[in-house]
Design a protein around this ligand. Structure first.
Ligand SMILES: *[C@@H]1O[C@H](CO)[C@@H](O)[C@H](O)[C@H]1NC(C)=O
Ligand SMILES: *[C@@H]1O[C@H](CO)[C@@H](O)[C@H](O)[C@H]1NC(C)=O
Length: 200
C-alpha cells in the first residue's frame, strides 16, 4: 500500500519538460591510431536522448617478437558536436559496446573508453580487463546514472562538444611469454549513445 502511494509523485515529476527541442548534430569527427581520420555530418535527431554515432571497428592484435608478446594499443577518438537551445546541458547516460577477444595464457587485454567535454578538464572513464586464456564475445555496458557520483555534465550553453575516446590494448601479462592474441573494440551497439538533458 505504501509503495502505491508513491506513484502519483513520480508521475508528477515525469510531466516536467526533460529534453530540449531543436537538437542537431552538425558534425562528427574521428581520429586516432585505430580509425581513419574523417568528418561526417551527423544523422538527423528525432529523439534528443539518442545521439547516433556511426560505429568504428578496430582490432588491437599482439604479436610475438622472438619469444616475447608485443603490447599493442589502438584508439579512436570521436568528437560529436551537438547544437541545442541555450540553457540546457547534456551528459552521457548509456553506451553499450561489444567486441571479441582471443587471448592465450599469460596475456591480457584492456577495453577502455573515456568521455569528456571540450573546454572542461574532468573526464569519466570505464575500463574492462581480460586475462587469458579467454576466447569469446564481450559486452560492455557503460552506465552514468543521474544519481551516480561519476555523472559528468557538459557545459551550460548552446553547443556541446562530446569526446568519446575508446582504446584497446593487448599485451603480455607480467613478463609472460605466450602466443599471439587479439581484441576487437568500438563496436557501438545500435550505433548510438544515450544522453540525459537538464536545464541549467
Ligand atoms: C622486436 O624486438 C627487438 C629487440 O628487442 C626490437 O629492436 C624490435 O623493434 C622489436 N620489433 C617489434 C616489431 O616490436
Ligand atoms: C582524464 O582525467 C585523468 C585524471 O583525472 C587524467 O589523468 C587523464 O589524462 C584524463 N584523460 C583524458 C582523455 O582527458
Amino acid at each position: 500500500m505504501r509503495l502505491l502511494q508513491a506513484i502519483p509523485v513520480l508521475a508528477g515529476l515525469a510531466a516536467a519538460q526533460t529534453v530540449p527541442t531543436g537538437v542537431t548534430v552538425p558534425e562528427i569527427s574521428f581520429a586516432g591510431t585505430g580509425c581513419t581520420a574523417a568528418t561526417r555530418v551527423g544523422a538527423a535527431v528525432t529523439n534528443p536522448t539518442l545521439i547516433a554515432v556511426p560505429q568504428t571497428v578496430y582490432t588491437a592484435r599482439s604479436g610475438v617478437n622472438g619469444t616475447r608478446l608485443v603490447d599493442t594499443r589502438l584508439n579512436c577518438q570521436v568528437l560529436v558536436k551537438v547544437n541545442h537551445p541555450a540553457g540546457w546541458q547534456m551528459s552521457v547516460a548509456k553506451a553499450d559496446y561489444y567486441g571479441r577477444v582471443r587471448l592465450p595464457q599469460n596475456s591480457e587485454a584492456v577495453s577502455k573508453t573515456t568521455y569528456y567535454y571540450s573546454g572542461q578538464t574532468r573526464n569519466v572513464s570505464t575500463q574492462y580487463y581480460f586475462d587469458g586464456p579467454f576466447d569469446g564475445a564481450y559486452f560492455r555496458n557503460d552506465r552514468f546514472l543521474t544519481t551516480a557520483s561519476n555523472k559528468l555534465w557538459g557545459p551550460c550553453g548552446s553547443q556541446t562538444m562530446l569526446n568519446v575516446n575508446s582504446e584497446v590494448r593487448v599485451g603480455p601479462l607480467g613478463s609472460g611469454i605466450s602466443r599471439e592474441g587479439y581484441m576487437d573494440m568500438y563496436n557501438l551497439l545500435h550505433d548510438r549513445i544515450i544522453v540525459d538533458w537538464r536545464k541549467c
